[in-house]
Design a protein around this ligand. Structure first.
Ligand SMILES: Nc1ncnc2c1ncn2[C@@H]1O[C@H](COP(=O)(O)OP(=O)(O)O)[C@@H](O)[C@H]1O
Ligand SMILES: O=P(O)(O)OC[C@H](O)CO
Length: 497
């Protein structure tokens, strides 16, 4: 039997899981990650905490299985995407906290580029939009705001990477500055047609080429672990951004298949095969590239706040002790009683792309209760997912026949019932809702030569199917109300300012 290790570095936690080459999980360990909010709209992580959490998880998982790293055939890495890390090449020391994908501090930078008429070029080359979500404007901010860093970058003393690159740099003892195609495709600096960093985009965002990692296909050798750290040189043989890894792990290997992952945000990704046409209001992104195959592209709907809306009920309002309690509270009422919660706490993504949008709770009456708000939070996750899917369907001409759902909040049956109702299509929950981690393990297995690419994903098994129950008129009435509430949230920050 061959062993594979998957590192899943997410927004709220880091997890490491040990798998067999058949994708069976043998054990896992996790560590939460501190969220720093230094100013309204800013979100940061400590790169050292990310690193230490991953190392602790690796040690814990191997220890529990009484395995040494040398017995592992390959390591897979999957990560929160776009989050931007800058570090010193010689020491590996971070120069600042990581600027997280949710961070809106660079909204004025991307707005200025849009007003200057650069959006069409950016869309054509990257498949993305001018939004602070992506790495480029965050990197520009760091280069401008940290004293002396731009000059040092020009001298080749500084490295930029998304979290995959950061972890690989540390795991390999500073020998590999690399990333994969899927993570590179989220930076706004990478041309998804030519598959290379793009000089015109680098100039637009003021980014020197000397900072950038080398970009490799999904199952390349990304480097080997530093024996001084772990006592063994084990290859890192699979890397993908977490949403692309989830698409792979969920067995969506054919064009037309789609998944949603409900974590901090929710991300709907539709396999588009070799079609790389830019979408309208949705993103075109690189899913993966397997050995001897062309690049596989995907359409994506990105929802910034999904499970985080529930987290806000816990931490912001103290309404619940933990997210797992939200289902019981939401089920304590038969419907949301006309209450809508638009959780635009970090602006809105697909299809609105409005960094100035802010959260709104609408439709309150004297009869409104905590149960109604809890239910409205779950409905909001489902409504946002419908918004994203309708935009993807308009863009691609495809109609989604079913949706596979995973991620932390997919444990919530009510959420998946609401999703099937609002989407008017079946929602399938797999036996393993850890599609992200499984996807990374399978990619690593392919790279290590212990998983047959044609078999990867063939073992996908369903746990439960949620079928739509809601009458068409009711669905349309509720969706109209959602549209009205969203309109209240749009541009809020601008008008308030
Ligand atoms: N039963 C639940 N119902 C709704 N949301 C939940 C539930 N359990 C966890 N969540 C939410 O899911 C998110 C964690 O999921 P996870 O997949 O670990 O996220 P990430 O990968 O973004 O760190 C949190 O935002 C949490 O609030
Ligand atoms: O860490 P997650 O699962 O919330 O995913 C974050 C996304 O990769 C951001 O694009």
């Amino acid at each position: 039997m061959a062993y594979l290790l998957a590192i899943d570095q997410g927004t709220t936690s880091s997890r490491v899981t040990l798998y067999t080459e058949r994708g069976e999980p043998l054990g896992s360990a996790g560590r939460p990650l501190t969220q720093h909010f230094p100013q309204p709209g800013w979100v940061e992580h400590d790169p050292e905490e990310i690193w230490l959490g991953v190392v602790e998880c690796l040690r814990e998982v191997l220890g529990a299985a009484s395995l040494s790293l040398a017995e592992v055939a390959g390591i897979g890495i999957t990560n929160q995407r776009e989050t931007t890390v800058l570090w010193e090449r010689s020491t590996g020391r971070p120069l600042h906290r990581a600027i997280v994908w949710q961070d809106r501090r660079t909204a004025s930078r991307t707005a200025a580029l849009r007003e200057a008429g650069h959006e069409a070029l950016v869309r054509k080359k990257t498949g993305l939009l001018l939004d602070p979500y992506f790495s480029a404007s965050k990197l520009g901010w760091l280069l401008d705001e940290l004293p002396g860093v731009r000059e040092r970058a020009l001298r080749g003393e500084i490295c930029f990477g998304t979290v995959d690159s950061w972890l690989i740099y540390r795991l390999t003892g500073g020998r590999s500055l690399v990333t994969d195609l899927s993570n590179a495709s989220r930076t706004l600096l990478f041309n998804i047609q030519t598959l290379s960093w793009d000089d015109e985009l680098l100039e637009l965002f003021g980014v020197p080429r000397s900072l950038l990692p080398e970009v490799l296909p999904s199952t390349a050798c990304f480097g080997c672990t530093d024996p001084a750290l772990f006592g063994a040189e084990v290859p890192i043989t699979g890397v993908a951004g977490d949403q692309q890894a989830a698409l792979f792990g969920q067995g969506c290997h054919q064009p037309g298949l789609a998944k949603v992952t409900y974590g901090t945000g929710a991300f709907v990704v539709l396999n588009c095969g070799t079609c790389s046409e830019p979408g309208d209001g949705v993103l075109t992104t690189i899913a993966w590239q397997l050995p001897g195959e062309p690049v596989c592209y995907a359409l994506e709907g990105s929802i910034f706040i999904a499970g985080a809306a529930v987290q806000w009920l816990v931490e912001g309002l103290g309404l619940l002790k933990s997210p797992s309690e939200v289902e019981a509270l939401a089920r304590s009422v038969p419907d949301s009683g006309g209450v809508y919660f638009v959780p635009a706490l970090s602006g809105l993504g697909t299809p609105y792309w409005d960094p100035q949008a802010r959260g709104v709770i609408a439709g309150l009456t004297r009869g409104s209760s905590a149960g109604h708000l809890a239910r409205a939070a779950l409905e909001a996750i489902a409504f946002q997912t419908v918004d994203a899917i309708r935009a993807m369907e308009r863009s691609s001409g495809l109609v989604l026949r079913e949706l596979r759902a995973d991620g932390g909040a997919a444990a919530n049956n009510l959420l998946l019932e609401l999703q099937a109702d609002f989407l008017n299509a079946p929602v399938l929950r797999p036996r393993s809702t850890e599609g992200t981690s499984l996807g990374a393990a399978l990619l690593a297995g392919i790279g290590a030569g212990v998983v047959d690419p044609a078999r990867a994903g063939a073992d996908w098994e369903m746990d439960r199917e949620f079928r739509p129950q809601l009458a068409q008129r009711e669905r349309e009435r509720l969706y109209r109300g959602w549209g009205r509430a969203v309109r209240l949230s749009l541009g809020w920050e601008e008008e308030a300012g």
